[in-house]
Ligand binder design. Structure first.
Ligand code: M6R
Length: 606
C-alpha cells in the first residue's frame, strides 16, 4: 500500500520523481507529493488526488540532487492535501514519506506535542519528521537522528527522508518493501522496481531492520544499531517496455492480451508431454516425498487460483485445502511435519498472506511461495519459491497473473503428487501437458473471437450479475464476480452452482443475468446445467460460458465460447472470457479501469 520513490544523483530532476510515482500509482492513488533539496532548503509539493493532478502543480524540469516522492492509499486520515506525504515538522527542515502503520504513533504524538510540536495532519506518519527534528536538535548528526528515530518506531514501515543541509537520502525498512536501484551516476530507492526500471535494472532488496544512507557516490547500509550489513546486488529481468500501456487504452486490457506470452514464459522448460515430466527449478525430484497435507493460503484473486491447486491435489489423492490467508489462524493447529504450506501471492507483499506464512513457519511447516516478484518478502521468507514469470502487472485487477498462477499450481500439484507416496499423478498426464502447451494458442482464439464486448454492452443497466460453476468452475465463477465488482462497481456474486437453490435464488429476477461456467467435466456440467435452468425458470437471462456444442446451448440465451481442452484449462479459458466481460462492462460505464476506487494493487496492512 502506498508507493515510495526517491533519487540521489546530479541533476536528477523532479520529473524523475513524478515518472516514478506514475509507475507506482497502482499501489495507491488517493494523494501524491514530492520533496526536493532546492539548494536553500527542503521544498514540498503535495495534494490530494492522482499523480496527474500533482503534475499540474510541481515545477517539472526543476533540477535537484536529492528528492523523495509518495503516492498514498489512505489508512490514517482521509485523502486530503494535509494528509498527503511528504510530511514535515513546522520549520520544514526534514521531509518524510512512509508506507505502513506506526502503531505507537499516538504515544509519540502526545510526547512531541508536550514538547511544543504542532501537528497539521491526521496521519501516523507525521510523528516521524517531528521525531527526526527533535533528535537532530539533540545530536546535531542527521544519520544518528534518523537511526534513533527509527529505533523508537513500532509497527511496519518503509521510510525515506531528506534533511536540510545534508545531500543524502535516509531510508529504513521494517515489514514494508524497499528496493535500491544502482545506476552509474545515480541511486534510486522505491517500493517496487517499475518505479526506476527505465534507468537501471541493477537492484538491491533491503531487508527488515536495514537502515540505508545514500549519497551521490556512496551508499552505507547498516542494521538499526549501526553495524554494517551487506545485501546482494541482483539484475532484474523485467523489460522496461513491459511497464507501459503500449497500444492499449488500459493496462488491464494490455495484460489480458499479454496472457499467451505470459503463459509461454510460465510453462517454458517446465512441462514435457513426451517424457510425462514436470521440472520445477528449485524443486528437485523427491522434494515433496513426505508431504501428506497441503494448505494453500492466499487472498482475493490469488485465493481463487489456490482453489484450483487444492482441487488438483485432492483429485490425485492428497488432502489439500485453500484458506483465505486472513482467516488462516486456527488451521495452524493441524500443521505437522508432513504439512506443506503454499502461499500464493502475485506481489509477494500481501500482509495477510505473509502473516499466514509466518504462523505456518512458526508451527514448523515447510513453506513454499508461488509468486510473481523475485526479491519480494514472500520469496525471501519462504523456504523455496516458484516464480510464475508473468512479468510486471500494473492494473489493480489481477488478470495475467491469475492465469500464470493457475498453470504454476497445476505443475506444482503434479510434482507433489509424483513425489508423495500417498498421491498419484493424473492418468492423462501426457495429454494434460500437451493441452497445456496449446493453452497460449487457445487464449489467442478467445481474444480474437470473444463476444464479451457485445454482451457487456447488452447487459449493462441490469441490477446484479451472478456467476455459477462447480469444481474449478466454482473458482472461475468467484473470480469472474470479483473482477466484475472490482472494476464496474456493480453488484456481482460468484456461487458454487449447487448453492444457488439454498438461498441466493431469492435474488434472481429477469434483471440478474447468470453466467454459468462449464468446463466439459460431464458430471459437474450436468448438475450446473440444471442449476442454470432453475435460474432461467425464475426469469434470469443465462449466458453459457462453455465449449462449442455444449448441451447448455440448447437453452442458454447467450454463449461465450471457449476452445475444448482439459477441464482445468477450459476453466482458465472461461476466466479469460469473464476478464473481457468485466473490462468491457467497466468501459461501458466509464469506470477508471486500472485504478478502481478505494483499492490498491498491493495490500500491505492486515
Ligand atoms: O499480491 P497478491 O496476489 O497477494 O494480492 C492479493 C489480492 O489483493 C489481489 O489478488 C486482489 O484481489 C486483486 N486486486 C483482484 O483483482
Amino acid at each position: 500500500m502506498c508507493g515510495i520513490i526517491a533519487c540521489v544523483g546530479p541533476r536528477r530532476t523532479v520529473d524523475r520523481l513524478v515518472t516514478g510515482l506514475e509507475n507506482l500509482e497502482y499501489r495507491g492513488y488517493d494523494s501524491a507529493g514530492v520533496a526536493i533539496q532546492n539548494g536553500s532548503g527542503v521544498e514540498v509539493h503535495k495534494r490530494s488526488g492522482r499523480v496527474g493532478e500533482l503534475k499540474e502543480e510541481v515545477p517539472l524540469g526543476k533540477q535537484a540532487d536529492v528528492g523523495i516522492g509518495h503516492t498514498r492509499w489512505s489508512t490514517h486520515g482521509p485523502p486530503t492535501d494535509e494528509n498527503a506525504h511528504p510530511h514535515t515538522p513546522s520549520d520544514e527542515n526534514v521531509a518524510v514519506v512512509h508506507n505502513g502503520i506506526i502503531e505507537n504513533y499516538s504515544e509519540l504524538r502526545d510526547e512531541l506535542e508536550a514538547k511544543g510540536h504542532e501537528f497539521t495532519s491526521d496521519t501516523d506518519t507525521e510523528v516521524i519528521p517531528h521525531l527526526v527534528d527533535e533528535r537532530l536538535e539533540e545530536t546535531g548528526d542527521p544519520e544518528v537522528a534518523f537511526r534513533e528515530t527509527v529505533r523508537e518506531l513500532e509497527g511496519s514501515y518503509a521510510i525515506a527522508a531528506i534533511m536540510d543541509g545534508h545531500d543524502g537520502l535516509f531510508a529504513a525498512r521494517q515489514g514494508s518493501p524497499l528496493v535500491v536501484g544502482l545506476d552509474d551516476d545515480a541511486h534510486y530507492l522505491a517500493s517496487d522496481v517499475p518505479a526506476f526500471l527505465d534507468y537501471t535494472d541493477d537492484v538491491m532488496y533491503l531487508e527488515d531492520g536495514d537502515v540505508v544512507v545514500i549519497e551521490e557516490d556512496d551508499l552505507s547500509l547498516t542494521d538499526l544499531s549501526g553495524t554494517p550489513v551487506a545485501r546482494e546486488v541482483q539484475t532484474v529481468d523485467w523489460d522496461p517496455s513491459e511497464t507501459g500501456k503500449g497500444v492499449y487504452d488500459h493496462y488491464m486490457l494490455k495484460e489480458i492480451n499479454h496472457q499467451p506470452t505470459a503463459l509461454s514464459n510460465t510453462i517454458q522448460g517446465r512441462a514435457d508431454p513426451e517424457s510425462e515430466t514436470v521440472q520445477l527449478e528449485d524443486f528437485p525430484p523427491e522434494t515433496f516425498e513426505d508431504v501428506r497435507d497441503v494448505h494453500f493460503v492466499a487472498c482475493g484473486t490469488s485465493y481463487h487460483a489456490a482453489m484450483f491447486g487444492a482441487k488438483m491435489l485432492r483429485d490425485g489423492g492428497i488432502s489439500a485445502n485453500a484458506y483465505r490467508a486472513s482467516e488462516y489462524g486456527l488451521q495452524t493447529d493441524t500443521i505437522d511435519d508432513e504439512t506443506l504450506v503454499v502461499a500464493v501471492t502475485q506481489s509477494g507483499e500481501t500482509a495477510d498472506t505473509l502473516s499466514a506464512m509466518r504462523q505456518a513457519a512458526d508451527k514448523g511447516a515447510s513453506v513454499v511461495t508461488v509468486t510473481n516478484v523475485v526479491g519480494s518478502t514472500a520469496a525471501r521468507e519462504a523456504d523455496e519459491s516458484l516464480f510464475i514469470r508473468a512479468g510486471p502487472e500494473i492494473g489493480v485487477a489481477a488478470t495475467k497473473t491469475f492465469s500464470s498462477q493457475v498453470v504454476s499450481l497445476a505443475l506444482l500439484s503434479q510434482r507433489v503428487l509424483g513425489d508423495a507416496t500417498t498421491g498419484e499423478q493424473r492418468d492423462d498426464l501426457a495429454d494434460f501437458l500437451a493441452s497445456l502447451q496449446q493453452l497460449p494458442e487457445h487464449i489467442e482464439q478467445v481474444l480474437d473471437f470473444s463476444a464479451a464486448k457485445r454482451l457487456a454492452q447488452h447487459y449493462s443497466n441490469h441490477n446484479a450479475y451472478f456467476f455459477i460453476g462447480r469444481g474449478v468452475a466454482n473458482a472461475v465463477a468467484m473470480e469472474g464476480a470479483l473482477k466484475f465488482k472490482e472494476i464496474t462497481y456493480e453488484h456481482a456474486e460468484g456461487f458454487a452452482a449447487g448453492e444457488l437453490k439454498h438461498g441466493p435464488l431469492a435474488l434472481v429476477t429477469d434483471r440478474t443475468p447468470v453466467f454459468a461456467v462449464f468446463t466439459g467435466d460431464e458430471d459437474h456440467d450436468r448438475k450446473t446445467l440444471n442449476n442454470a435452468k432453475e435460474a432461467q425458470t425464475r426469469g434470469a437471462p443465462i449466458v453459457s460460458v462453455a465449449p462449442a456444442d455444449h448441451p447448455s446451448l440448447e437453452f442458454a440465451d447467450e454463449h461465450l465460447q471457449v476452445p475444448s481442452s482439459s477441464p482445468e484449462w477450459v476453466g482458465l479459458l472461461a476466466n479469460v472470457q469473464l476478464q473481457l466481460l468485466s473490462y468491457y462492462a467497466a468501459e461501458t460505464l466509464s469506470r477508471p479501469i486500472d485504478k478502481p476506487r478505494n483499492l490498491a494493487k498491493s495490500v500491505t496492512v492486515e
